[in-house]
Every structure is written in structure tokens, then in C-alpha cells.
Write a protein that binds this ligand. Structure first.
Ligand code: CRA
Length: 831
């Protein structure tokens, strides 16, 4: 019997117990797992036991598909995408896996028959918060879509022991608490020690002559750590494809140093282990503000080196020659965090496999694609040269060599233009010397893309303009997307049911099918159901708000929501100015007819970002005044919901009426929350920034509230000399608002607390709140007017959903696959 026959045979023997999707066998398997993996019986089991038993039951069903997928890929020797990302913000897996298996309702039923509520079990799952925000969540949506489109793919990242911090509020300030997502274990992962690899760090290099008389370089590292892969299956929607998310955990080469131990130094003996394991201990909680921390560079190199070694193992397992690496793997760099991969692949090919430089370079550049996610100058990663040399001495030499050859080409392309040479160099030599990671990624990739049309245009015009002049053919644009499985089917069961009843289920796999809803936009019966659903979602959100914050909100008020990382460029404080203006209006005229609104904010601030933390404090302070002012009588509420996460997002988007996407134009590369809101029937008030522009185009300008300067107007305004104080002083409403903050209304008379915000607004106003204020304020009046017209608002909401198909991550992935990766689907037969 050959090994393949053997495994097929085995799978069939165990099939009925572990793979059947029938309700009865599911129930049996659940009880079996409760008994044999949790060691509990129904009467004494906790909700966590139930959740884990259910998770293992679902996992068994995934494993069958996973093994089948691995077999199909091996048989086809398929071209594979390796998606390299320092962050994967997955969110809980159970609900999503039930959706993708197509058994959510059956399982709900089975669980109910055992006297349990599926929702209670879903709530037990700890969220793997292995990302900061949009970039990490994008990676998670992308691997869902890759599997759904039956594309061979591996996600490679880091298994951080502690993900993004858990945010609480104390006296209105953000407090960071350590996340401990692994406390009860992670039922979705399988540790694969047999595929562990070693990673070298530090030390020095030396040259030598090998047995064949070749001059070679040897890297003598200062330390070695072990990378252990933990694999999780990523099942596509109603397909057999289950791809792999492979996250690396750092371990010590030896858990215990006996030499030190024998000298009697007990603590010292475990020290080495502790330092090695620090590598994958914690996710750096900064979004778009990298800090030049040595450990962070080590983390980046660690997971990239592990992943490339893993790819070579797979290549060799399939008997493919090294020279064909780029034919087997398309490696995508999710921002510059994995850009060191360019130098690492060169090192492997040149130092270990002794390939000629030019051959190695050709393989490398045909392997990598680079996605840029930001234009913010402070977000572009660069490493001080000395730090880089200390951690990766051999890679620095390789980068110098790449740079030499590259700059030679630059000199020829831009004859005699030394400024171009300095601007394009991989090394920034304007002061202290740095390695520019975006330059390394751009030189080492065959494709460079932005994440929305405007962003890609600005990349070509601005941040990477010189690279564009050199290699226009390398530039692409792929607008971001989000997975409709998690963000619609799972997050919004009520709306999904209505869609199911109206147009069937085709939209879950082909989101453009939502267009069929357009026919119902003016149908009164449909509209009434539409409103009932939104209202029910709002009631549920109001309950969550009350539970998390103690604040009671009125489900009949307009839910005006801004949820995302807290950043000055995202301008949460612009929304706050508007809230204060409304409050001021009410106070000046208590009987004024105003449309009741609930302002909901949620999001984390980087722990070291003073202004962002102060912005949170301003939101909570304004809430503390307005929410308890009897004169306002529930017409205005301001809520800051702590700990925004994937899980909280799933509960917020479906209950929103209005989505705030108010970044200064030219600053938000794309945004993805904007898409989640639109898909769930919220209307957007937004600037012409990032993907807002494309959302507005798709849904129609009449169904979108636009305001503010365009990116071009922003530039022109700044060039013309921008004086924010003059703008504030010439707008009585804005002036009054600023005065209220300045005089301490929201700080019990303390005029110092919010001074940094006020001063910055009046002097620099980097993100031009003052310039956009009047237009924002006027636009909010239009929102009021539209909301009062119930039929009109309903129609707008329906059309937003109907026309959101383009913002499925399936569309994004289809574009990457066709234009950049050149990969095609492989259909997977079950074994
Ligand atoms: N912070 C951008 O700012 C974008 C996501 C995903 C960001 C968002 O506008 O939607 O990436 N950039 O493309 C980023 O992380 C390092 O840069 C983000 O999430």
C-alpha cells in the first residue's frame, strides 16, 4: 500500500466520527470531545469547556479539508502565495468557521438541543489580537478570501504571546492592560515542532575559501534562536480549500544551560531561554509610528527568516530546483515590516547555495511584491545603521552591495543628478545614517502597489516618485476590501436573513450580487423590514453600550459612529468640536428642534502617543458634561466604548446609522472600516480620502455625504500659507467651541488639561481641522435633513449596501492574483 492510498483509507475509516456535518453526528462528536479532550461531562462543564469541545469538533471537520488541500497542492506542485505580515488581526474563529462550513444554523440547533445557547459559547473565545488596526485586519480578510477563491496560499507571521493591549478607562484616561489570549489555550492551532528552524542573530562576518576554492562569506552569529511553527487551518467559504496560517514562536535552542547551572547559577541557567523567547513575546502597539527598537528588528528578521527557510523546505520536498524558487512562490510583503526578506533571500542564494549574484537577484526580484500602506512620513520604517549592523551584520553588507549596483543604474538613468542618487539610495545619509526599508522593498520587488486609487497616485507623485520615474511598469493599485463572511454574514445575522429571503445567498461568495437589492430600494414593505432590522441592531448595540459603559442611549436617536485607531490625522477631535457645537446650540436655545444623536467613539491610542491619549480624554470629558446635563434630556449622548477589537467591531458596524470617515484628505491610505459600515447599511460622512472616494463613486454622490478639501486643495492651501487662528476667529461657532474647551468647561475649570489640543489647533493645526470645520458642520445639517426623511434615508441605506460589492476582499484578491501574483485556483477534491 502506498502512503497516499494508506491516508485515503484512514480518512475513510474515521470519516463518520470526525467529518460528518449531520446534526446527530455533530452532537455525538461534541459530547465526545467534552468527555475526552476536556475531561468533563455536561453537568460540571463550564462555558469554556463547552466552547473548547465545540471548537475541537469544528476543527476536526476543518482538518479533513486541510489534509485534502495539502494533498491537492502537493499533487499539483501549485504556485503558491506566501503572504508575509507582521500582523494578522484574526478575531475569533469559531463563528467564522461555522459560516464557511455552511453549518452555523444547524450547529445552533444542535447546541440548543443540548440545552445550550451557541452565542454564549461564541462569547467564550479569546480574540487573537495579533495586530494594531487596518493593516493586520486586512491580512486576515485576505487569507479568508484566498481560501474562498481556492488559491494556494500560506500566511506567515508571528505568534505573539501577548497581542494588542486590552484597553480600559480610568478617570476617562486610557489604561493599557496586558492581553493574555493564550490563557485557556488555542484550539485552532497545531504546533509543528518537526518543522522548527534555527535563526541566527548578531555577531560578525568573515571570508574564507571553500573546498572548491571559492571565495565565500561566513556569518558567525552571536546567538541562535529556534522558530517553532504553529499552524491554523483557514477554510474558504463553502469550498474544500483550507489553507494554512503559519505563525512562528521563538524558543531557546536549549531550554536550560547546564554549564551555567553546574556552576551554581540557577537563575542564569534559564536566562538565555527567557531572552530568546522574548522575541515573540509581544506585539508592538504602534500603528503607523514604528520605533527603532532592536527587538522589533529582531522580530521582523525572525519571522521572515523562518518563513523563507520553510519555503525552501517545501520546495525541496517537491523536488523543485532552487533556481525555480520564484516560479513556486509569489511572496507578498505586507508593508515594509518583512522587507528584510529581500536581503535574506539574497543571503540564502548567494552565501548558502553559492549562486552568482545576478542569478540570485533575478530570482529575488521576481519573487517579491511590495504593498505600501501609508504616506505618513513618520510611518516609513528606517533603521539606524549601527543598530542594523549589530543585529544583522551580513544583511547590511548585502544591502550595501544591492545599493551599489542599484545606484550605478540610477546614475545612468539620471545622468549627473546627484540629488537623485541621494534621494533613491537605500541608505539615508542626510544626518545619522539609516537603512530605508521602503527603498529596499521597492528595489527588491517586481510590483509595488498602493491600497486605494488616490493612495497609489500619491505614491507615484510623492513618496516613491523617483522610483516611479525609474520603473513606471512596477506600479499597481489594488483597492483594499473586507470579507463579507465575517463583516456581513456573521456580524449582521438579521440583515443576512433579509438578504437571504430577498436575493438568496449568492452574495456571500459574489458580493456584486447585492446589486439585485437596487430593485427594492423604494419598496415600502422591504423598507419597513430594513428599518426594523437596523432598529433591532441598534437596541442590541445600546445594550452593549450600557453594559460596557453604564451609559443609557436612545435607540431612536441617530447613531453617529467613529471607530478606528485614535490618530490626529483621523481627526476624532474634529468630530468632538462638532459635538460641542451641537451642545452649545442646544444650551443657547433649549427648545431648539434638534435631531437626537448618539455619538459613539471607540479605538486604541498607541501607549506612547500623548496627543492621541489626550484626544480620548477629551471625548470622555465632553461625554461627562453632556450626558449628565438635564437640559439636554437625552437628545445628545457621547460614548467612548473601551477596547475596540474585531469582536466589538462586529457588534458596532451593524448598529450604525452614520459612519464618520473624516481624515484630512491625502492622509488615510485606504481605510477599511469605511467599507464595513457601508456594507451594513450605514451612510458615510467623509472626506475625499483613501477608499472613501471609491465608495462615493460606487454608491453615488447623492447617497454619500462629502465635505472638506480634496488632497490637491490641502496642498494648495498649505502652500498659500495656512493660518488656523485666523480661520477659528472668523467662525463664531468654531470660536465659541474652542473657547469652551479653553476655559475649562470640560475639565472642571482646569485650563491646562486640554491646552495642548487647543494650542495646536490655533498654531500649527497640522491636520487642518479649522480649515475643514465649516464644511463639516454644514454637511452634518444635510445629514439631519436626510435622516428626517425616513423613506429617503432608507433608500440611501439600501443603495449603499446594494453597491458595496466592489469592497469585498474577494475582488482585491482576484486583482492581486491576476496582476501581481499570476496564480490560479486549484480545486480540492476531498480525500
Ligand atoms: N494604519 C492605513 O492607514 C489602510 C490600512 C490597510 C494602514 C489604512 O488607511 O486601510 O493600512 N496603514 O491597508 C498602515 O498600517 C503601516 O501603515 C493602517 O492600518
Amino acid at each position: 500500500m502506498s502512503p497516499t492510498e494508506l491516508s485515503a483509507d484512514l480518512v475513510h475509516t474515521i470519516e463518520s466520527d470526525r467529518t460528518s456535518l449531520s446534526k446527530d453526528s455533530f452532537k455525538r462528536a461534541f459530547l465526545d470531545n467534552l468527555f475526552y479532550t476536556q475531561g468533563k461531562f455536561l453537568q460540571v462543564a463550564t462555558h469554556m469547556d463547552y466552547y473548547l469541545a465545540l471548537a475541537y469538533t469544528v476543527r476536526d471537520r476543518l482538518l479533513y479539508r486541510w489534509v485534502s488541500t495539502a494533498t491537492a497542492y502537493t499533487d499539483h506542485a501549485s504556485r503558491t502565495v506566501s503572504y508575509l505580515s507582521a500582523e494578522f488581526l484574526m478575531g475569533p474563529s469559531l463563528g467564522n468557521n461555522l459560516i464557511n462550513l455552511g453549518i452555523l444554523e444547524e450547529v445552533r440547533q444542535a447546541i440548543a438541543e443540548l440545552g445550550l445557547d451557541l452565542n454564549d459559547l461564541l462569547d467564550q473565545e479569546a480574540e487573537p489580537g495579533l495586530g494594531n488596526g487596518g493593516l493586520g485586519r486586512l491580512a486576515a480578510c485576505f487569507i479568508d478570501s484566498l481560501a474562498t477563491l481556492e488559491l494556494p496560499a500560506l500566511g506567515y507571521g508571528i505568534r505573539y504571546e501577548h497581542g494588542i493591549f486590552y484597553q480600559t478607562l480610568r478617570d476617562g484616561w486610557q489604561v493599557e492592560n496586558t492581553d493574555n489570549w493564550l490563557r485557556y489555550g488555542n484550539p485552532w492551532e497545531i504546533r509543528r515542532p518537526e518543522w522548527s528552524v534555527e535563526v541566527k542573530l548578531g555577531g560578525y562576518t568573515e571570508t574564507y575559501t571553500d573546498a572548491e576554492d571559492r571565495h565565500r562569506v561566513r556569518w558567525v552569529p552571536a546567538k541562535t534562536v529556534v522558530g517553532v511553527p504553529f499552524d491554523s487551518p483557514i477554510l474558504g467559504y463553502r469550498v474544500n480549500t483550507a489553507n494554512t496560517l503559519r505563525l512562528w514562536s521563538a524558543e531557546a535552542t536549549q531550554s536550560f544551560d547546564f554549564e551555567i547551572f553546574n556552576r551554581g547559577d540557577y537563575m542564569g541557567a534559564v536566562n538565555k531561554k527567557v531572552t530568546s523567547e522574548n522575541l515573540s513575546k509581544i506585539l508592538y502597539p504602534n500603528d503607523e509610528t514604528p520605533q527603532g527598537k532592536e527587538l522589533r528588528l529582531e522580530q521582523q528578521y525572525f519571522f521572515v527568516a523562518c518563513s523563507l527557510q520553510d519555503m525552501f523546505r517545501i520546495l525541496q520536498g517537491q523536488g523543485v530546483s532552487i533556481e525555480r524558487f520564484h516560479e513556486k512562490f509569489a511572496v507578498q510583503l505586507n508593508d515594509t515590516h518583512p522587507a528584510i526578506g529581500v536581503a535574506e533571500l539574497m543571503r540564502i542564494l548567494v552565501d548558502d547555495y553559492v549562486l552568482p549574484w545576478n542569478d540570485a537577484w533575478s530570482i529575488t526580484t521576481r519573487t517579491f511584491g511590495y504593498t505600501n500602506h501609508t504616506l505618513l512620513p513618520e510611518a516609513l520604517e528606517r533603521w539606524p545603521l549601527e543598530l542594523f549592523r549589530r543585529v544583522l551584520p551580513r544583511h547590511l553588507e548585502i544591502i550595501f552591495e544591492i545599493n551599489d549596483r542599484f545606484l550605478h543604474d540610477v546614475r545612468i538613468a539620471f545622468l549627473g543628478d546627484d540629488a537623485k542618487v541621494r534621494a533613491l539610495s537605500l541608505i539615508d545619509e542626510s544626518g545619522e545614517r539609516y537603512v530605508r526599508m521602503a527603498h529596499l522593498a521597492s528595489v527588491g520587488s517586481h510590483a509595488i502597489n498602493g491600497v486605494a486609487t488616490l493612495h497609489s497616485e500619491l505614491l507615484k507623485k510623492d513618496v516613491l516618485a523617483d522610483f516611479h520615474a525609474l520603473w513606471p511598469h512596477k506600479f499597481y493599485s489594488v483597492t483594499n476590501g473586507v470579507t463579507p463572511r465575517r463583516w456581513l454574514a456573521l456580524a449582521n445575522p438579521r440583515l443576512s436573513e433579509l438578504l437571504h429571503d430577498t436575493i438568496g445567498d449568492g452574495w456571500i461568495r459574489d458580493l456584486d450580487r447585492l446589486r439585485e437589492l437596487e430593485a427594492y430600494a423604494d419598496d415600502p414593505a422591504f423598507g419597513a423590514r430594513w428599518r426594523e432590522i437596523k432598529r433591532a441592531n441598534k437596541v442590541q448595540l445600546a445594550e452593549l453600550i450600557a453594559k460596557r459603559t453604564g451609559i443609557e442611549v436612545n435607540p431612536d436617536s441617530l447613531f453617529d459612529v467613529q471607530v478606528k485607531r485614535i490618530h490626529e490625522y483621523k481627526r476624532q477631535h474634529l468630530a468632538v468640536l462638532q459635538v460641542i457645537a451641537m451642545y452649545h446650540r442646544l444650551k443657547s436655545n433649549p427648545s431648539a428642534e434638534i435631531l437626537p444623536r448618539t455619538f459613539l467613539f471607540s479605538g486604541k491610542a498607541a501607549p506612547g502617543y500623548f496627543m492621541a491619549k489626550l484626544m480620548i480624554r477629551l471625548i470622555t470629558a465632553v461625554g461627562d458634561v453632556i450626558n449628565y446635563d438635564p437640559e439636554v434630556r437625552g437628545r445628545l449622548k457621547v460614548v467612548f466604548m473601551p477596547n475596540f477589537s474585531v469582536t466589538t467591531g462586529q457588534r458596532i458596524y451593524p448598529g450604525a446609522d452614520l459612519s464618520e470617515q473624516i481624515s484630512l484628505a491625502g492622509k488615510e491610505a485606504s481605510g477599511t472600516g469605511n467599507m464595513k459600515f457601508a456594507m451594513n447599511g450605514a451612510l458615510t460622512i467623509g472626506t475625499m480620502d483613501g477608499a472613501n472616494i471609491e465608495i462615493c463613486e460606487e454608491v453615488g454622490a447623492e447617497n454619500f455625504f462629502t465635505f472638506g478639501m480634496t488632497a490637491e486643495e490641502v496642498d494648495a492651501r498649505r502652500r498659500a500659507g495656512y493660518d488656523p487662528r485666523a480661520v477659528v476667529e472668523s467662525n463664531p461657532e468654531l470660536y465659541a467651541v474652542v473657547e469652551l474647551i479653553r476655559n475649562g468647561l470640560f475639565s472642571r475649570g482646569d485650563t491646562e488639561l486640554f491646552r495642548p489640543i487647543v494650542d495646536h489647533l490655533l498654531t500649527h493645526d497640522t491636520y487642518m481641522l479649522a480649515a475643514d470645520y465649516a464644511s463639516y458642520s454644514a454637511c452634518q445639517y444635510e445629514v439631519d435633513e436626510a435622516y428626517r426623511d425616513v423613506a429617503r434615508w432608507t433608500r440611501m441605506s439600501v443603495l449603499n449596501v446594494a453597491r458595496s460589492g466592489r469592497f469585498s476582499s474577494d475582488r482585491s484578491i482576484d486583482e492581486y492574483a491576476g496582476k501581481i501574483w499570476k496564480i490560479s485556483p486549484v480545486s480540492v477534491p476531498l480525500l
